[in-house]
Ligand binder design. Structure first.
Ligand code: PGA
Length: 262
């Protein structure tokens, strides 16, 4: 648990990796590496394997979810997938606004806002990703960029409508680059986000919303980042593809919990 009883959450984002047999081997291996844990473990997997993994993980604490969805409830959108279709597969959550979606698929804050509305309507837990580019950081624009992303992606929402929201701060310069943000940078930005939540969605939302850090998280840096008071969890890309490294990250989070609890 973090301050104000926020849970510690470790999310693996598999991106466009893993067929069903590969995923099944992974979860078997992970289950043997991670025994009883109080950490919330989420896996964001390709659409095609959500349903079988939900079935396989039914009696475990691991939640299965998606990496994206369309904002309409249905329609002529060739190649897209609707929130209610995800819901039907048993997906519990959906990542929205990942920087790869923003950059490669031209998702704007306005589109992400509509997806947020749909996710809430379908009762899929949204993990909203925000983050600045290197250029923006170097120009001293980090705070402004994040505030704009939060304002536009969460426009129209009241705090009470976002009971299950999780935020993920993922600096674009840290994703897949082996250059993670320092624990100090992560804490500084997470605090900014928490203050934004308090000012715009109220004290309760600010206290309950887990804010995860993502960007080159590895077993070697996970503990130091997680030690920060406003870092409630991690969104892990590359290192979540191996059960061994992902398991190590979960186990370090658990060790930290045990130390802090004792
Ligand atoms: P990474 O990716 O851990 O490979 O940097 C993080 C993400 O894209 O969510």
């Amino acid at each position: 648990m973090k301050q104000d009883n926020r849970p510690v959450v470790i999310v693996g984002n598999w991106k466009m990796y893993k067929t069903l047999p590969e995923a099944q081997t992974f979860v078997q291996e992970l289950s043997s590496l991670v025994q009883e844990t109080s950490i919330l473990v989420y896996l964001a997997v390709p659409f095609t394997i959500i349903r079988p993994l939900v079935a396989q993980m039914a009696d475990t604490p691991i939640a299965i979810g998606a990496q994206n969805m369309h904002d309409a409830s249905e329609g002529a959108y060739t190649g897209e997938i609707a929130g209610r279709m995800l819901k039907e597969t048993g997906a519990r959550f959906v990542i929205l606004g990942h920087s790869e979606r923003r950059r490669l698929f031209h998702e704007s804050n306005a589109i992400i806002n509509r997806k947020m509305q749909r996710a809430v309507e379908e009762e899929l837990q949204p993990i909203l990703c925000i983050g600045e580019t290197l250029e923006e950081r170097e120009q001293g624009l980090t705070q402004q960029v994040l505030a704009t992303q939060l304002t536009e992606c969460l426009e129209g929402f009241k705090g009470t409508q976002l009971q299950s929201l999780m935020l993920a701060y993922e600096p674009v310069w840290a994703i897949g680059t082996d250059k993670n943000a320092t624990p100090e940078i992560a804490e500084e930005v997470h605090l900014l986000c928490r203050n934004w939540l308090e000012e715009n969605l109220g004290k309760r939302a600010a206290k309950r919303t887990p804010i995860l850090y993502g960007g080159s998280v590895k077993p070697v840096n996970a503990t130091e980042i997680l030690k920060q008071p406003n870092v409630d969890g991690l969104l892990v890309g590359g290192a979540s593809l191996s059960a061994k490294t992902f398991g190590e990250i979960i186990n370090s989070a658990q060790n930290l919990e045990n130390q802090e609890g004792s």
